[in-house]
Design a protein around this ligand. Structure first.
Ligand code: HGY
Ligand code: MN
Ligand code: MN
Length: 412
């Protein structure tokens, strides 16, 4: 790997140390749990602010609660946006999201004395995982002008609304509409992220260039049968909601296994009365479908929802099916991908291209400007897990690629 003239050889090590430090801001338990607009988020933002200031960036928090660090350029110059999310899933890893915030800040620190022909803004988005509130991506959607303000009324499990949490954190719910950026001012958006899958590791590569980000849709299903005594009720007189849910789950699995380019899961299951000696009268569960082609995903949604209705009718169950979320697949920008590929080749890395089966902040930023992503290998392809891991060498390779990209990107 050829060294970038500006990047210290221990950048990867420094990055790993910073990611270990910020991982402490967690709600406890295995792994990292950091939800948006919480004390843990506040403490993480304080550390990110210090990193940004050390890199010479001008720091502010925007109306949607995104922490922004800006490296200025000549008046009238366009801006390159780079970012990811600070939040995690419950008991997640220490690299998903925050890696794509800490890395660009550290690379910009090494370029502190360099003036680039464009401005750069590092964006630390508050909420990508949607763990605290039944909505997500407020930060990127505010910038893209696609945020639905009705989401501000949605509440967390304690009844705190997104608007109240945002206001209490220094955001401005009323100011979100004005946060929209003018795409003509922007060069694009780049997100550095761990792969969260096994492809790069299987190829023995440290980094890869994302070609497209999958589309996703989520359903909530509520099956209602009849709770009854588990011992006295004959099998042929039961209306077992969980048995219906289980049959639906197997239907999702078999349909996805049989359809190329589609993955699906039934998860987030809750039963009532959920005791060993009563027949489940109610089963509520989520269905999530993902595909690189929107037509494949939408066809799957139609077939699977019909199948759930058929299973319910045959079992005498009431069925309430709601599609709660949908996000189209996003192609990554050929121009930005080409600039990443040139930088990788320059730094001696193979410019391997791959699809993203995870969604990202970039999925929403694509409504604003051209987007690109660089993936970094993660051990065993594991993510959304406390054992999520990367190496300092791969962090260095990612930093080298970004340093080269920033110094060769053509702003015209
Ligand atoms: O679910 C996802 O793909 C992302 O990690 N939120
Ligand atoms: Mn994630
Ligand atoms: Mn992520």
């Amino acid at each position: 790997m050829l060294m970038s003239p500006t990047l210290p050889a221990d950048t990867g090590l420094t990055l790993m140390q910073r990611l270990d430090e910020i991982a402490q801001f967690s709600e406890g338990g295995p792994g990292v749990t950091r939800r948006p607009f919480t004390e843990e988020h506040r403490r993480a933002n304080k550390m990110i602010t210090a990193w940004m200031q050390r890199a010479g960036l001008e720091v502010h928090i925007d109306a949607a609660g995104t922490l922004v660090g800006r490296k200025a350029a000549a008046p009238g110059a366009k801006t390159l946006l780079i970012g990811s999310h600070q939040d995690t899933i419950r008991q997640g890893g220490r690299y998903d999201g925050i890696f794509g915030i800490a890395l660009p800040i550290l690379v910009l620190e090494s370029l502190r004395e360099r003036t680039l022909p464009y401005a750069v803004e590092v964006l630390a988005f508050a909420d990508e995982e949607g763990v605290r509130f039944p909505t997500a991506l407020m930060g990127p959607r505010a910038l893209a002008g696609t945020f639905d303000s009705a989401n501000l009324l949605k509440t967390d499990k304690d009844g705190v609304s997104l608007a109240a949490a945002l206001s209490g954190f220094g955001g401005d719910p009323d100011g979100i509409a004005a946060a929209r950026r003018d795409p003509d001012d922007l060069l694009g958006y780049l997100e550095m992220h761990i792969e969260q899958g096994p492809v790069l590791e299987s190829l023995g590569l440290p980094v890869g260039i994302v070609t497209a980000i999958c589309g996703i849709e989520r359903w909530t299903v509520e099956l209602t049968g009849q709770a009854a005594h588990a011992g006295t009720t004959p099998m042929d007189l039961r209306r077992d909601a969980f048995a219906g849910a289980a049959e639906a789950a197997l239907e999702v699995e078999s349909y996805c296994r049989a359809t190329d380019g589609l993955v699906g899961i039934v998860a987030s299951v809750s039963l009532l009365p959920n005791v060993p000696n009563a027949i489940p009268g109610q089963a509520t569960f989520s269905i999530e479908l993902r595909a690189s082609e929107d037509s494949i995903r939408e066809a799957a949604g139609a077939v699977i929802s019909d199948a759930v209705e058929t299973i319910s009718a045959r079992r005498g169950l009431e069925c309430r099916l709601t599609r709660t979320y949908a996000q189209n697949a996003v192609p990554c920008d050929p121009g930005l991908r080409g600039a990443l590929a040139r930088s990788l080749i320059q730094s001696g890395c193979c410019p391997h291209r791959l699809m993203s089966g995870a969604t990202h902040d970039a999925s929403a930023m694509a409504d604003l400007c051209p987007v690109a992503m660089l993936f970094t290998r993660c051990r065993d392809g594991l993510s959304h897990h406390p054992d999520e891991a990367i190496t300092a060498e791969d962090a260095q390779a990612s930093a080298e690629c970004l340093a080269g990209f920033l110094q060769t990107l053509d702003p015209d």
